[in-house]
Design a protein around this ligand. Structure first.
Ligand code: IPM
Ligand code: MN
Length: 377
């Protein structure tokens, strides 16, 4: 029989994925202390290493659970030597597969620098930006673009002569993600740190690419329905400079799939590194949440990696569930989690190696769990 509450299907996956998901379970338990949890988390196996052992990326039970769950949480996938017969990443079923299979069209990646978090550019730790300067959300199209499986190789006598990846930009794919991004911008009442303007920046390469011209036309058409949101434009190459030089200008950003993939890693540097980068993969009826950092096989089992991206992914998950089910309890839980995260980060008591600290993964989880318990509900 199913336990009561929201069903969360968790896939810890490969490498350091299980370590960060374990800390995620710890903080969910802390949030639920003293009362029945409004969620129930079940863990399923899967990933590249699982594939090497079993010949399957995940088991049918997990695949089914992902479809039926109220939300999905993924740790990380990718294991050395684990690839599918066609050369694809083994474990892709858990990430790219869920994005495609559950039609999770918007990849929402908040990028906020919390007080007390160090960021590192050119090798040394710095705190030169005040936290208010970095507070943006990048919305990445998540189902098409260069990730569309319209690709292949021309082989002649066993040698590859040509390899082609085709970028597909559709009206529907663009419209829905752009709508989503305008909605995010409309609701973020704080606006950009620079001037408080609600702003949506369309990042593209429309000076060269047809698909980008089409994407930008759609952006303008939909934007006319949102007079309260300022429309802003950047070619992706110039955007990479502006983002680093002037992050306070940005409020919400929308981009096609591959460009979004690249600029979100760049943005992660401004928020303290991949250890703080969380993403929500959002569809109409389903959503999957994940730390963006990947499986980091060389740190696997060492209890060293930064679990904060997972905590931030869980916060995002609680907010998504709260909104979808109009559940005020989850809003207060998410607020409580965010206050605890901010408090621990500001105190600098949970710095893992990537932050120049010596705190372990589980130590950082303990700090946040303690902070949750001392926060009023
Ligand atoms: C991400 C990752 C994935 C992607 C990989 C793991 C397939 O880089 O979520 O950003 O390319 O989308
Ligand atoms: Mn990526």
């Amino acid at each position: 029989m199913k336990e009561a509450g929201y069903q969360v299907a968790a896939f810890p996956g490969d490498g350091t994925g299980p370590e960060v998901v374990r800390e995620g379970e710890k903080i969910l338990a802390a949030l639920a202390d003293g009362g029945p949890a409004p969620w129930h988390l079940t863990t399923y196996p899967g990933g590249g290493e699982y594939y090497l052992r079993t010949g399957r990326e995940w088991d049918p039970e997990g695949a089914q659970a992902a479809r039926e769950a109220d939300a999905v949480l993924v740790g990380a996938v990718g294991w050395p030597g684990a690839s599918l017969p066609n050369g694809d990443l083994a474990g892709r079923a858990l990430v790219l597969g869920l994005r495609e299979g559950l039609d999770l069209y918007a990849n929402v990646r908040p990028c906020k620098l919390y007080a007390g978090v160090r960021h590192r550019i050119s090798g040394s730790y710095r705190e030169v930006w005040s936290p208010k300067n970095v507070d943006l959300v990048i919305v990445r199209e998540n189902t098409e673009g260069l990730y569309t499986p319209a690709r292949g190789r021309l082989r002649r006598a066993d040698a590859t002569e040509v390899a082609i990846d085709t970028r597909v930009i559709t009206r529907k794919g663009s419209e829905r993600v752009i709508h989503y991004a305008f909605e995010v911008a409309r609701r973020r009442t704080r606006g950009a740190p620079e001037d408080g303007h609600r702003r949506l920046t369309c990042v593209d390469k429309s000076n060269v690419l047809e698909g980008c011209r089409f994407f930008r036309e759609t952006f303008d058409r939909i934007g006319s329905e949102y007079p309260e949101v300022e429309r802003d434009y950047a070619y992706v190459d110039a955007f990479t400079q502006w983002l680093v030089r002037n992050p306070e200008h940005y409020d919400v950003v929308v981009a096609t799939n591959m460009m979004g993939d690249i600029i979100t890693d760049l943005a992660a540097v401004l928020q303290g590194g991949m250890g703080f980068a969380a993403g929500g993969n959002i569809g109409t009826d389903h959503a999957m949440f994940e730390p963006v950092h990947g499986s980091a096989p060389k740190y696997a089992g060492k209890n060293q990696v930064n679990p904060f991206a997972t905590f931030l992914a869980i916060e995002q998950m609680l907010r998504w569930l709260a909104e979808r089910h109009q559940d005020g309890r989850l809003v207060s839980q998410a607020d409580r989690l965010e206050r605890a995260i901010a408090k621990v980060l500001a105190a600098g008591t949970a710095r893992t190696y990537d932050q120049g600290g010596t705190v372990s993964t589980s130590g950082a989880g303990d700090r946040v769990a303690e902070a949750i318990r001392s926060e009023p509900t």
